[in-house]
Design a protein around this ligand. Structure first.
Ligand SMILES: NC(=O)c1ccc[n+]([C@@H]2O[C@H](COP(=O)([O-])OP(=O)(O)OC[C@H]3O[C@@H](n4cnc5c(N)ncnc54)[C@H](OP(=O)(O)O)[C@@H]3O)[C@@H](O)[C@H]2O)c1
Length: 235
């Protein structure tokens, strides 16, 4: 299976690459990022691809993205970085880059019999409907950001629904992701998940099929725990 990971340098992407390399069912990983990875792993199974235009991929990047079986898209402006990013830029990075990715990966499949599986990482509080804005977003001044992420969820899911079976899309809505050695934040109302568990869950879902089109933090904890046990003891 050829897997594209959108965001080669990020917190989640780094763990996806680590686990993906250990998984024999994944035969090729293309890690797409805006810059060189500072600590690139050298193995024939993994290719880091640097891209300078995420709204219209250069031909050289398109070539690397051809005939992907699945994609896990982690690129976004996260809430922590929102303060230093103009909102227009956040829209481009968090929404438009993802919609370009799903369209391009679909168009770049020339010989696949199976559908493309595209998984978009969103967040626990992102509302798809302005009438359902959680109080927590209001409290943190994140209403427009939450709506942006919710709008992107809808665009990604609608693309899959309209693709006549060519693309299966899925949105995941984790809470706070914890990792050993990383400061554990607490935000009221926001659940937690371990980095190893969420990475295992995302890889499980793109390999074995999406359980449903939207996975909550609880779903991801459950799927990840099972996937890690299977990984340790064999299927
Ligand atoms: N971490 C959490 O606790 C958490 C919780 C819930 C949801 N999520 C969601 O999960 C996803 C991954 O989170 P993460 O913690 O792994 O985030 P991260 O470490 O900040 O990684 C984000 C990735 O996006 C890339 N990126 C940011 N701006 C970009 C731009 N202008 N052009 C191209 N690439 C750009 C980053 O590249 P650079 O390295 O070059 O900046 C990085 O590869 C995000 O959608 C996030 O909102 C995360």
């Amino acid at each position: 299976m050829k897997l594209v990971i959108g965001g080669s340098t990020g917190f989640v992407a780094t763990e996806l690459i680590r686990q993906g390399l250990e998984n024999p069912a994944i035969t090729s990983i293309v890690a797409l990022g805006r810059r060189e990875n500072p600590a690139p792993l050298v193995t024939p199974k993994l290719k880091f691809v640097v891209c300078d235009n995420f709204e219209s991929y250069p031909n050289s990047v398109e070539k690397e993205l051809e005939n992907a079986d699945a994609c896990i898209w982690t690129i976004a402006v996260t809430p922590m970085k929102l303060k230093t990013t103009p909102f227009e830029e956040a829209c481009k990075v968090s929404r438009d880059y993802a919609t370009t990715a799903i369209q391009s990966l679909d168009a770049l499949r020339h010989k696949q019999a199976r559908p493309l599986r595209f998984l978009y990482m969103s967040g626990h509080f992102a509302p798809r409907n302005p009438a359902e804005i959680p109080k927590e977003l209001q409290d943190h001044g994140l209403i427009n950001y939450g709506l942006l992420r919710g709008e992107t969820e809808t665009l990604i899911l609608t693309y899959g629904e309209k693709s006549k079976g060519a693309v299966q899309s899925c949105v995941v809505k984790p809470g706070l992701i914890d990792a050993p050695g990383r400061e554990k934040l607490e935000i009221p109302g926001l659940p937690h998940i371990e980095l190893a568990g969420i990475a295992a869950a995302l890889l499980d879902q793109v390999m074995n099929g999406f359980e449903k089109n939207t996975l909550s933090n609880d779903d991801l904890v459950r799927i990840g725990q099972k996937a890690l046990i299977v990984g340790q003891h064999g299927a």
